[in-house]
Design a protein around this ligand. Structure first.
Ligand SMILES: [Ca+2]
Length: 132
């Protein structure tokens, strides 16, 4: 079960486009044809609100061509205090990344970009959150 399906999402920024939306919710709408895209700088994040505190142990990311070579997954129970549960400095994009970690209680999940692989921002078709 994907806990992030249709969940409220927010982001540090979203790329503006006159013809389509790259809003944060596009990464949790269940449609691989839509995507969130950030502004064009390294420090950017996408946050999903699961609605209540629950165990989280796996996050699956469906990257667009504008992917992160370095990023971390952060969890929070209150939306203020964040704990990094997974990170990579060798992201290779190319579709799905799976981040698995010991299950922890969280209401909020954040994909936090640290280093862009391209000159563009970060872009995710979908983000799925699972208990394990
Ligand atoms: Ca989508």
């Amino acid at each position: 079960m994907n806990l992030a399906a249709g969940a409220p999402a927010s982001a540090s920024s979203s790329e503006w486009n006159p013809f389509t939306s790259y809003a944060p919710g596009r990464a949790v709408d269940g449609d691989t044809g839509t995507r969130w895209a950030s502004g064009w700088s390294d420090d950017q994040w996408l946050r999903v609100d699961l609605g209540s505190v629950r165990p989280v142990g796996r996050v699956v990311l469906d990257w667009e061509r504008a992917y992160a070579s370095g990023y971390r997954i952060e969890l929070s129970e209150n939306g203020t205090d964040w704990r990094t549960v997974w990170s990579t400095a060798a992201g290779d994009g190319g579709g799905y990344d799976t981040a698995e970690f010991p299950s922890r209680a969280a209401r909020y999940v954040r994909v936090h970009g640290e280093r862009r692989a391209t000159k563009w921002g970060y872009s995710l078709h979908e983000v799925a959150v699972h208990r394990s």
